[in-house]
Design a protein around this ligand. Sequence first.
Ligand code: IMP
Ligand code: MG
Length: 176
Amino acid sequence: MRLLDQDFELFLTQAEIESAIALMAGQLSEDYRGTCPLFVGVLNGCFRFAAELFKHYDAPCEVSFVKMASYQGLTSTGIVETLLDVSESVEGRDVVILEDIVDSGHTLQHLVTHFADKNIRSFKIATLFYKPASYHKEYEIAYKGIDLPSEFVVGYGLDYNERGRELNDLYILKNS
Ligand code: IMP
Ligand code: MG
């Protein structure tokens, strides 16, 4: 499979991804039952993950989105910008961040700082994909869907220079 100037090969099927998401949704519904958490999806990458998660999440909640930017091409720049913020008040809320993938953790670090000092009741991260060998930050990630090698992947919401987000399966960079 080719996207722009790179070749990718199938790594995970939609069915494999979605069974991991169903498990996460079950766990989250259990952990947050009796509260009304505010889920904050991180755009653009989380759109497939969020949509699938709420097919299975079966307790009261609210859903909002933020938009950050750090990646350009195949490598993380380390510079993260906030492009869109939540409009809801987060004070006193149980906030759960929905990330497509945690790689170096730069974006996550930025989110933690962004939501600090806002009198949030609780703050947790849920990420669909996680690259354990790339993550060197202290911050503990509460919910992880699927561990990946430290290689570049596309599909299921994740992009290569904005291409490939629409793909149903996950593809990995060839010869990486
Ligand atoms: P981090 O800041 O290095 O943890 O990277 C987080 C963000 O970079 C994610 O929200 C993704 O948008 C993007 N990203 C990280 N790894 C990949 C990848 O393998 N493919 C596509 N995007 C990625
Ligand atoms: Mg991206």
